[in-house]
Design a protein around this ligand. Structure first.
Ligand code: ADP
Ligand code: MG
Length: 630
């Protein structure tokens, strides 16, 4: 009869080895578990020392609560945990550990030594364990806290030992994980040594200080603070300026209640807010923490505990998208070559000149470039009516106003550039609806090489890339049309028929609903033929068929390389293919219209590919270059 029995209960140490496969994959995961245990034990000082990428030694020292002799003996038994008592506790887990598997698993695949002492105990205890041997516990003289030594990881499981990578690679895994602790446990002093070199020793501090210490000042000076909060969720931290990008995603740190997590959909939400400010293939930098009641998510998806399931993913997605977009737009993102600090009420600048006529000073009207010898008397109130609140130095104010509809913005580009607010009481004589009265004067806008538009401003000159600017305008219009914020269709007097190839037709099928929202009026005929009875307003007459084909072709390209939504790819394809080209001569009216439309955009500074649209050169900077001022 006994021969019929095939099922055996595994000896405990074998089941521990199997469990270890889940919890302990490499030195990095051992360290993660041990540091989490120290944090759970309320340590506020933790040191991590590794040798040979953690393969030969992992040593953790903490000043936490420590353990009694009994707890020490239990701590390496499977499913022994001090952290869950009731089943209901599983619903709301505030500690890192709760499975009681880490120490048991580690002790099955390495030599483990634990030294520990509680504050009020007279003596500490030392446990020495070897896989599959009875552990030895003896009294030990120690300070309050716990020290753990993990030696020769996987020495008894050659297959797994072989699977480990080169020391340097294992070290990289470890340091990436240590970085995540450093960026989330701000009130803990964290020290990290590799062999005998100190990698970092971080005092408790704020997030900005930690970023500065870990990434250097180039990074810490390019951060935009982000904070958004409602009754349900809080997100705060920093996002990087769009120029602070990386080819890999290694500058992206996301935490949930101070635990490092990975979330594809949150990364996507953040990335999509940046999309049009970044060059292709680059990734933004961010360190963000979500604060959320544990009952609204589940971390128990995987033993590594960095995958999270949110109850309401859509809400979290939208919160991130909104917060990042708002942070980016409320910060001036134009690539600047002007002096931002410069703030003056007077348009007159005293200039010292040293030339063949001797050394003398004169006054220059910065507004007009005119040289005046004496300053005309101007009453203070005249200044305020002429220049309102001085010179515009950032567009922050504009963006902090409630976002207005594309077609309803009351402030003309001219007002914007010259800093005249149409809301101002002193300007009540300006007709808001009539932009033509506030046009840029004829001699203050010109085109260079059929490529760049120069606009003279109060501060100097703005240089605008005409193709990129138009691309931006069309892109935002297309996005709004697809969100059905306005109707963008013009009917054709003579509908045309377009015959698609099989692959074009497949793409057409995929995006036809959005094409219609974009402003196309399309009817399907037989044999991959489609009738075009209406097109978006900006499509040029005569180019209806060609441009639709080009949009489809471009969309197909973008699908392969851009990590974004279908709609967004369509908006980008549409704007790229229909924007005025470099080499196209523009009339005065067209230039004014273009500048006007550009400044009504949500993000006028970068085209959908991330290249800059506007550069600024201040009169101050020119004056400096010409040696007029020092
Ligand atoms: P878990 O963290 O899931 O409870 P572990 O195997 O990681 O499981 O740890 C088992 C137990 O050992 C913990 O519940 C805790 O009581 C104790 N322990 C482990 N590390 C420490 C430490 N650094 N300081 C104090 N107690 C510890
Ligand atoms: Mg643990």
């Amino acid at each position: 009869m006994t021969n019929d029995r095939k099922i055996k209960i595994l000896p405990e140490f074998i089941s521990n080895q199997i469990a270890a496969g889940e919890v302990v994959q490499r030195p990095e995961s051992v360290i993660k578990e041990l540091v989490e245990n120290s944090l759970d034990a309320n340590a506020d000082t933790i040191a991590v020392i590794v040798k040979s990428g953690g393969k030969n030694l992992i040593h953790i020292v903490d000043n936490g609560d420590g353990m009694s002799r009994e707890d020490l003996a239990l701590s390496i038994k499977r499913h022994a945990t001090s952290k869950i008592v009731e089943f209901e506790d599983l619903e709301q887990i505030y500690t890192y550990g709760f499975r009681g598997e880490a120490l048991a698993s580690i002790s099955a695949v390495a030599n483990l030594e634990i030294r520990t002492k509680r504050l009020n105990d007279e003596l500490g205890w030392k446990l020495s364990g070897e896989p599959n041997k009875l552990e030895i516990i003896e009294p030990f003289n120690a300070d309050k806290g716990t020290q753990i030594f993990v030696r020769n990881l996987f020495f008894n499981v050659p297959a797994r030992r072989k699977f480990l990578k080169a020391d340097l690679t294992e070290f990289r895994y470890i340091s990436d994980m240590m970085l995540r602790f450093a960026l989330s446990k701000l009130d803990v002093r964290l020290t990290f040594y590799d062999d005998d070199s100190l990698i970092f020793d971080l005092q408790p501090g704020n997030l900005a200080q930690r970023i500065d210490a870990l990434f250097g000042s180039v990074t810490s000076q390019s951060l935009l603070p982000l904070k958004i909060e409602n009754d349900f969720i809080k997100i705060d931290g920093f996002i990087g300026h769009p120029h602070l990008t990386k080819k890999s995603k290694s500058g992206q740190f996301l935490f949930l209640n101070e635990r490092s997590i990975k979330s594809k959909f949150i990364s996507h939400a953040i990335f999509s807010s940046y999309e049009h400010l970044l060059e292709k293939g680059s990734n933004p930098f961010y360190v963000l923490n979500i604060t959320l009641n544990p009952k609204y998510f589940d971390v128990n998806v995987h033993p590594q505990k960095n995958e999270v399931k949110f109850e309401d993913e859509k809400l979290v997605y939208n919160m991130f998208h909104k917060a990042v977009t708002e942070t980016l737009t409320s910060n001036n993102l134009a690539p600047e070559i002007s002096f931002k600090e410069f703030q003056s009420m007077s348009p007159f600048e005293k200039v010292n000149v040293n030339n063949e006529f001797g050394n003398h000073s004169m006054f220059v009207n910065k507004e007009t470039g005119e040289i005046v010898n004496s300053i005309p008397k101007i009453e203070p109130q005249n200044f305020s009516s002429n220049f309102n609140s001085g010179y515009p130095n950032t567009y922050r104010d504009r963006f902090s106003q409630p976002t207005q509809q594309f077609d309803q913005k009351k402030v003309s580009a001219y007002d914007m550039i010259f800093g005249r607010s149409t809301n101002s009481e002193t300007n009540h004589n300006i007709e808001h609806e009539d932009f033509s009265t506030a046009k840029i004067p004829f001699n203050q806008i010109w085109q260079m090489h059929y490529k760049y538009i120069f606009v003279q401003t109060a501060e100097g000159v703005k240089i605008i890339d005409q193709h990129a600017a138009h691309e931006r305008i069309l892109y935002e219009k297309a996005s709004k049309a697809m969100n059905k914020q306005f109707s963008n269709c013009q009917s054709l007097l003579f509908p045309g028929i377009i015959k698609f190839t099989a692959s074009e037709y497949a793409i057409y099928q995929e995006i036809k609903e959005d094409l219609i929202n974009l402003g196309y009026d399309l009817t399907e005929k037989a044999d991959q033929e489609v009738q075009i009875s209406g097109v978006p307003l900006d499509i040029k007459t005569g180019l209806e068929n060609q441009s639709l084909r080009e949009i489809i072709e471009q969309f197909d390209e973008y699908q392969k390389v851009r990590e974004t939504t279908r709609r967004d790819n369509l908006a980008a394809s549409y704007s790229c293919r229909n924007a005025i080209k470099t080499g196209h001569k523009l009339t005065y009216d067209e230039m004014v219209q273009l500048v006007d439309d550009l400044y009504k955009c949500e993000i006028p500074y970068a085209c959908p590919h991330g290249r800059p649209i506007i550069l600024e050169m201040s009169i101050m900077e020119l004056d400096k270059k010409f040696g007029r001022i020092l």
